[in-house]
Design a protein around this ligand. Structure first.
Ligand code: PEP
Ligand code: MG
Length: 575
């Protein structure tokens, strides 16, 4: 039977292929019977999975040698050790295999259910919540049993024409899927500016999120058409729809190929105003795509992705090599390294989220200032790499003067430590700040006085201005880049920076969306940073834009106060 599902398209393009369903959690396990003569073997399989996890926890413990949260983190690892060693889990699961002849995965999840039921009976809310630790330990054992890290599905033969269908993906999961080369991602949860969507977009494959029931309505191997531009998935299409989409897909690929012709054309508007287009990256290997796009440099290197999916965090040398690789490969073009923006939806492996509102919690620069040793390691690595190219430092989530002062002080401290060791670095390295909290936007003049450049993070600026959680699909319809309050803030940041002759860019998703290109040009923006696959499309729009025509219409849009007026004027602007 053919049917259509609607969601939010987060990465454009058409993919056609077979569905591959990934379990939403490792806890969805198979149940099968073990022949009597293999029971011993099954028990020892489970025991060796326990040993693997024990070793993983020990390695993790050994990697945490400093930092203010060391005690808390150690206590959390001790608790996991205790759960792992508890006979209620291991012995009972072994008994279950011996008595019921069931597979190890099934035995351990059955025993977990018994323990969780006991936790439910506990009165103390804090202790009751420790059931999450039991789940995490069992997940680790399951991963060890299945022989793979994270929720990566078993390798499929022709991943290239496979479409991944899953409940949800964390940014870390998406990074792991990178090597599997699926031709599209479909998730039941998610929203368009979640980090998951951003990473999917950077992979340059069609993706649709917020499908709600895809995981239950689509079966393994169903034939699918994914249209990321029209937000639809067509399940088991008939032959007419299929041939229509094959044609559209070929046409889109042709258009993309044609765009390559403008790669080396200078980026300027029709009235000859030069514009700079930069690329956003997550990992050093993304530089290949950046070069293909003809970008003027890297406008945002989300360095926190180096820290995800890791049992042991990257040390100074490993980080240095990664930053140097990017700087060298970009051959002297600017590379803007954002110091790690961990927290919220990008947490370190094994770190429990203790805040009810992680997006408002210990994230990005707040975490760096709370963990100065981690920050110092990264700053030294970036500074060392600055000797090999044109590296700039970008600080995320700044909200007040004291955070800027502390950050600049720590950068100076890292510089001094290198000077003492006679290690070369760029003394004049530029330090910029992300303007992504309304407080920063409202006090932008203070940011301009203290920093060398600004980058507007519209993804978070919109989230915090409109009080919309960017990862919550139930409020995704309220996430509006054209809300007058958002436009008011963006235009004032750009104008203040332009008045002070301070470089300002936008590195949020708005910069790569061509429906906003002319609006942003009209506001005075001259630097855009976006995912590389979108760069030539934005460039094409810029080459066909004439600022003297755009500015009066932009001024009208900024002053308009109803969505009807705003969208009507925007259509006129983009004609
Ligand atoms: C932003 O907030 O716009 C931004 C670029 O940073 P991130 O999406 O990584 O939070
Ligand atoms: Mg941000």
């Amino acid at each position: 039977m053919s049917f259509i599902l609607h969601g939010i398209g987060v990465s454009e393009g058409i993919a056609i292929g077979h569905a591959h369903l990934a379990a939403p959690a490792a806890l969805e396990v198979a149940h099968y019977l073990i022949p009597k003569d293999q029971i011993e073997q099954e028990i020892s399989r489970l025991n060796s999975a326990f040993s693997t996890v024990r070793k993983e926890l020990e390695t993790l413990q050994a990697s945490i040698t400093s930092g203010p949260a060391i005690d808390e983190f150690s206590a959390f690892l001790d608790l996991h050790h205790m759960i792992l060693d508890d006979p209620m889990l291991s012995d009972a699961a072994n008994k279950c295999i011996a008595q019921s002849y069931c597979n190890a995965e099934w035995a351990i999840t059955q025993q977990m259910d018994v323990l969780l039921a006991q936790f439910e009976e506990i009165d103390d809310a804090y202790l009751r919540e420790r059931k999450i630790d039991v789940i995490q330990v069992v997940e680790r054992v399951l991963k060890a049993l299945l022989g793979h890290p994270g929720y990566v599905p078993p390798p499929v033969k022709h991943a290239g024409d496979r479409i991944l269908v899953t409940q949800d993906l964390s940014p870390a999961d998406v990074m792991q899927y990178k090597q599997h080369q699926f031709s599209a991602f479909l998730t039941d949860a998610g929203s368009s500016t979640s980090h998951t969507a951003i990473v999917a977009r950077s992979l340059n494959i069609p993706s649709i999120v917020a499908l709600h029931h895809a995981r239950h309505l689509i079966f393994e191997n169903d034939y699918l058409i994914v249209d990321g531009s029209q937000n639809v998935v067509i399940v088991n299409p008939d032959k007419y729809v299929l041939s229509e989409y094959r044609l559209r897909k070929t046409q889109q690929e042709l258009e993309k190929r044609k765009l390559k012709r403008i790669k080396s054309v200078a980026t300027m508007t029709l009235d000859k105003t030069p514009i700079e287009l930069y690329a956003n990256i997550e990992l050093p290997e993304d530089v290949e795509q950046v070069k293909e796009s003809g970008a003027a440099g890297v406008g945002l290197f989300r360095s926190e992705f180096l820290f995800l999916n890791r049992d042991v965090l990257p040390d100074e040398n490993e980080q240095f090599e990664a930053y140097r690789e990017v700087a060298v490969n970009m051959r002297g073009l600017p590379v803007t390294i954002r110091t790690f923006d961990l927290g919220a939806d990008k947490s370190l492996k094994g770190h429990k989220q203790i805040s009810d509102n992680p997006a408002l919690g210990l994230r990005a620069i707040r975490l760096c200032l709370a963990e100065p040793q981690l920050f110092h390691t990264q700053l030294r690595a970036i500074l060392r790499a600055s000797h090999f190219g044109q590296i700039r430092i970008l600080i995320p989530m700044l909200s007040n003067a004291s955070e800027i002062d502390q950050t600049l002080h720590l950068i100076e401290y890292a510089k001094q430590s290198l000077r003492d060791e006679k290690v070369a670095f760029n003394e004049k390295i530029l330090v910029g700040g992300m303007v992504e909290i309304p407080a920063a936007a409202l006090c932008v003049d203070m940011f301009i006085r203290k920093l060398d450049f600004l980058s507007i993070g519209t993804n978070d600026l919109i989230q915090y201005t409109l009080a919309i959680d960017r990862v919550d699909d139930t409020v995704a319809h309220l996430y509006d880049p054209l809300h007058p309050a958002v436009m008011w803030l963006v235009v004032r940041i750009i104008q203040a920076a332009n008045r002070a002759k301070m470089p300002v860019s936008i590195c949020g998703e708005m910069a790569g969306d061509i429906q906003f290109t002319r609006l942003l040009l009209g506001m005075g923006l001259q630097q855009f940073s976006m995912y590389p696959a979108q760069l030539l499309t934005v460039k094409h729009q810029i080459l066909q834009s004439h600022l003297p025509d755009i500015i009066p219409l932009t001024n009208k849009i900024i002053k308009a106060d109803t969505p009807e007026k705003i969208y009507g004027l925007l259509m006129k602007l983009n004609k």
